[in-house]
Design a protein around this ligand. Sequence first.
Ligand code: B3K
Ligand code: ZN
Length: 868
Amino acid sequence: MLPDTAITPQTIYLKDYKPAPYQASHVNLTFELFENKTIVKSEVLYIQNPASVSKQLILNGQDQTILSIEIDGTPFDGYSLVDNQLIIEDVSEQFRLTITSEIHPESNTALEGLYKSQGTFCTQCEAEGFRRITFFQDRPDVLSTFSVRIEGDKHQYPVLLSNGNLTDSGDLDNGRYYTAWNDPFPKPCYLFALVAGDLVRIEDKFKTMSGRIVDLHIYVRSGDEEQCDHAMESLKKSMKWDEDTYGREYELDLFNIVAVSDFNMGAMENTSLNIFNTKLVLAHQETATDTDFLSVEGVIAHEYFHNWTGNRVTCRDWFQLSLKEGLTVFRDHEFSADMNSRAVQRIDDVDHLRRFQFPEDASPLAHSVQPDHFIEISNFYTMTVYEKGAELIRMQQILLGESVYRQATDLYFDRYDGHAVTCNDFVQCMADASGRDMSQFFLWYKQAGTPSLQVTGRYQPEANQFTLTFIQSQADSPGQTGKQPLLIPVAVGLLDEQGNETHATQVLEINMREQSFTFDHVSTRPVPSILRGFSAPVKLTTDLSDNDLRLLQLKDTDGFNKWEAGQTIALRTIQRVIADPETDITQFIDDFGLLIDQGISNHGDKALLARALSLPSLSVIAQAQDVIDPAAIDTARTHILKAIKRVHKDALARLYEDNRNLGEFSISPAAMGRRSLQNTVLALLTVTNGTGCAARAKAHYEHADNMTDRVAALSCLSDSIKPERDEVFSAFYQRFKDYQLVVDKWFSLQAIANRDGIFDDFTTLRQHPEFNIRNPNRVRSLYSAFAINNPVKFHDPSGQGYALVRDAIIELNAINPQIAARQVTPFREWRLYTPLLQTQMKAALQVIMDSASLSSDVFEVVSKCLKG
Ligand code: B3K
Ligand code: ZN
């Protein structure tokens, strides 16, 4: 369905929030599902909200035809329909409104509201999709219990699901039947869900902490049931973890997960009926990489955790999105850390934050974690609201300590269960439980941009003292100047020059622009380990020498800072090479050899070593440049990688062999660590893309018994022009062409090729019969993979890369505005690039801006990018 273009984009402000004029305590919905239309009848008892004096009822509704309206059983036509709003004036304090309308899920390509995915009806209502189903006050502070009746063809849709408990079912005429559902917990309409399809069910049970048995069901398409074990295990682990860690028990008797192939996001936490992108449910060693296994575990947990953080306690308005998302991301990160390796989890989470959130914070789309205005809320499901939001919760836990933080979350659940609240309410619970004044901390929610923190150390041997002086700053961002100093928790430990820890971690609280802290009893010059565990989302610069960093890299007790020290040395080295390609990098290459030797002598965690052997990504390096030239960064980075291979080829080959797979496939952290190390080494060994490299990668592919190793081999071959490349890519396609998620990988692995033929390859892929612009996973597998993971070719000076993505955005705008708007992201920091690239990026944005019928989603992001 085409986006509604008649509406002028309007900005909505947090300061304008007013309580809903009417409460809708109970909602009765009936769906009659047909192939060419769906009839929706909603009956709602409206009761005037005591907090409001308005006698006007305004309901949101979009893309539907009203068939009839009744008030208290009497036909009614005295309403007006303006700008997707149905307005009824002068209504009584209490009345029953019945609206019957016709909608067309079969032609809904926006994948919001009720739509069809490969024959299955499904819904996506967050944030404002419910208005595409029926006219309603589509806002999260209207909480209702729901009864739902679904009627459909029994043969085509043997599964008919909604939220809550099944209360009735029975046959109807003409091969049709119905099911009826009741969800006894009041919920906002964004958590409503419906599924109708021909799906198979995998079953399990979970016994809760109070001894109740919950039925767990996962629904997938027939043939996919072998790929559900990991999701089910992850769900049970999540339920247990939330009981153990937050004291949160699941309250209903049934928990359903349904996997669909067409989904704008990863998954959705609808009460007791989570709907997932297949990518985040299906996982099997043959078809999923270790990263996929970890993502499934993390996202199953994330959606389950929303039951308490999001559903039972929900958001008052969409400016509070981080209330549920930041908190739930923090909870899923901690869950994954407990299930796997804490240090590796933290490294990967911070790396992700830096690669994707830091650039957002530095762009024209920068916004605060609690934004104060938006045009299209779908554009605010961002890295800032999610990932930076999670860091804000982590900092509060650090400031309060684990046990007081837990008291504070208990207070939050006690105080607000069944309510729609704000980020301020959450932080107030932290304040009330701890007795601390959290008002300065709250600035983190209001001020956009990544703060910078500069640290210098001064040792005073005569006093046995060491002083750290911090200077914090936060640059202006769109609409925000003159930012106030933040309260920044900085975890610090001290090592002596031999690498012994003399001062265990303590948390310094920086709350002024400039501030010093003095450590006593420091008998020799110390090496400070600053911002341990990345205790605050800041850009840290220190006066540590390369030697200090090398000591931290080898000896720090903090796993994160060990890795961080190595990354800082690498970044400094890359910077030097960018400035002078002839610069001497011998010391760096030699030190890198020590890390390889450490691996050979089998010291330590292989997953950590794999990360230590990885250079910072192009995105992270770019953030350290005054002017970004992706090709120049890539040349410098590749120069170093090639030198590593040249000097350490034999040691790398040995490390590769030492880490061969010998046993049964497993997804234990140790097994994943081994694969990660072996595949990192494979990438180093094949970086020169010669004949030997191609042969080695092909052999790796042929020996693989799992998708992680196969994907590793393909990514090493991606840039190659050797015949092995086509041989292996063809073999891969032939073997997995029936697995959509694997075909997505096949598209991505070619889209990331940094080689001359990429633009021809891209055209071929775009025309491939398996490419489908209506499927978000396929769009991401080609376009996002190219624009984000192939920066050199996306930013090709010819402008061809920009043109490809620009044209896709224009095409997608008419099909799926949310997905179209997401594709604008790689253009947003256009002002940071070289003059030539800037001109071309800006021109591409302007062409999008000037194209006809722009959706409010695309309009908002493109206009902000151009305005800056
Ligand atoms: N809450 C959903 C996101 C819905 C996005 C709507 N455009 C997934 C999640 O964060 O759990
Ligand atoms: Zn979420």
